[in-house]
Design a protein around this ligand. Structure first.
Ligand code: SAH
Length: 361
């Protein structure tokens, strides 16, 4: 029996988490096994969401960050970064572009800032976006760890999805790639709070981190399942030259194949969640996002920020200028999706089914 058949049989017949089967799928280099894995993931996706592809217009609103994550190019101590913060009008302009393109949803992402000014600035921004776009856009936030009160205020102001990757489910590895005062437990507490307080909650990991094992990746899938996430965003770890992690492990990077396998396995195990075709995949192959769609992902996040901002939001090296926000870039992407038999969905929030099927404590 093939590896993926084994996995599915185990999932259907046993309440135990299929560690060994998942690990075997991650390790295999057999082309036929890999084809079967992607095909099984696509079948699962079709069962739960059809061939729909949802879009979220990504707006990278600021690269100012108070954190010093060892892998990230916009970390506080990287003095080479030219810092920017988009003002309200600039962000509104990008949000309206999402409306014009009929994308249905936006993601506001930035470096992490914990302050009452920042909380208030985002709150006001959300109220204005809701008002000026007549609530036609789903709003996802990706603004790092915050207090419960801040999360509550932003939810009340109109956001309804939050992305906070745990980066890895291995607490020791987490500590190796973050400064001491960033605690794994705190990150997990934020994810659990979001999930229990009515947010559609997304999490995920970087794939191919220095020191990460196949077992870690299997445990990442288990973590996402146990924490009942609605959305998953995962992508390859990509080195940035001006970070401590790259200086210590100069030749380490994630691969496209391992990232695609993780997407496929998360689809097979978690079933009705939304899975993003991460932008980082595009660095490893021009059609990285389309390949992810064929491995079980169902969300694409075209970058809507202006040129001057996108250039300075470099989490890793090699970020492609995707030109998603001009008409020709978007129509090229659509043409490719059509060739792959996928069905772009317009003007809908595109909520993950999982959010409605899970119980809300
Ligand atoms: N500050 C916010 C969001 C910005 S970073 C937060 O902390 O959630 C968004 C994601 O980019 C991170 O969660 C991380 O998984 C990813 N990322 C950062 N540096 C990266 C790198 N060098 N390679 C790949 N992904 C990276």
């Amino acid at each position: 029996m093939s590896l993926v058949r084994n996995l599915i049989t185990k999932l259907e017949s046993s309440a135990l988490f299929p560690h060994a089967e998942l690990s075997a799928c991650l390790r295999t280099s057999d082309a036929d096994e890999i084809r079967q894995l992607f095909s099984a993931a696509c079948k699962m996706k079709e069962r739960v969401t059809g061939r729909s592809v949802f879009f979220r217009g990504l707006i990278e609103i600021s690269n100012v960050c108070m954190r010093n994550c060892f892998y990230c190019g916009i970390r506080k101590d990287n003095a080479k970064v030219q810092r920017y913060s988009m003002d309200e009008d600039e962000i509104l302009h990008a949000a309206k572009k999402a409306l014009d393109l009929h994308l249905g949803s936006i993601v506001l992402q930035s470096g992490e800032i914990q302050s009452s000014e920042f909380t208030e600035r985002i709150e006001k921004l959300l109220l204005r976006i809701r008002r000026e776009t007549e609530e036609k856009l789903g709003i996802t936030l990706s603004l790092g760890e915050q207090s419960a009160e801040t999360y509550d205020r932003w939810k009340k102001a109109g956001a309804h999805r939050y992305l906070l990757r745990m980066e890895t489910s291995n607490p020791e590895l987490f500590q190796k790639i973050h400064p001491k005062k960033q605690r794994f437990e705190q990150r997990v507490a934020c994810i659990d709070y979001l999930s229990s307080s009515g947010w559609q909650t997304g999490s995920g990991v970087m794939i191919g981190l220095p020191g990460q094992t196949y077992d870690d990746l299997v445990n990442d899938i288990l973590f996402l399942k146990e924490h009942n996430v609605d959305m998953v965003g995962m992508g390859p770890y990509l080195p940035h030259p001006d970070t401590p992690l790259t200086q210590h492990f100069p030749y380490t990077s994630g691969t496209l194949l391992l990232s695609l396998k993780m997407i496929a396995l998360v689809r097979i195990v978690l079933k009705d969640v939304n899975i993003a075709a991460a932008t980082a995949l595009q660095v490893l192959a021009d059609d990285g996002r389309e390949q992810a769609i064929l491995a079980g992902a169902n969300v694409i996040m075209p970058n809507l920020g202006g040129e001057e901002f996108k250039r300075n939001y470099n989490l890793y090296e090699g970020k492609k200028d995707l030109n998603d926000n001009d008409d020709s870039g978007m129509s090229r992407l659509l043409e490719r999706l059509k060739q792959l038999g996928q069905k772009p969905v317009w003007d809908e929030y595109g909520d993950p089914r999982h959010f409605f099927s899970r119980s809300h404590p």
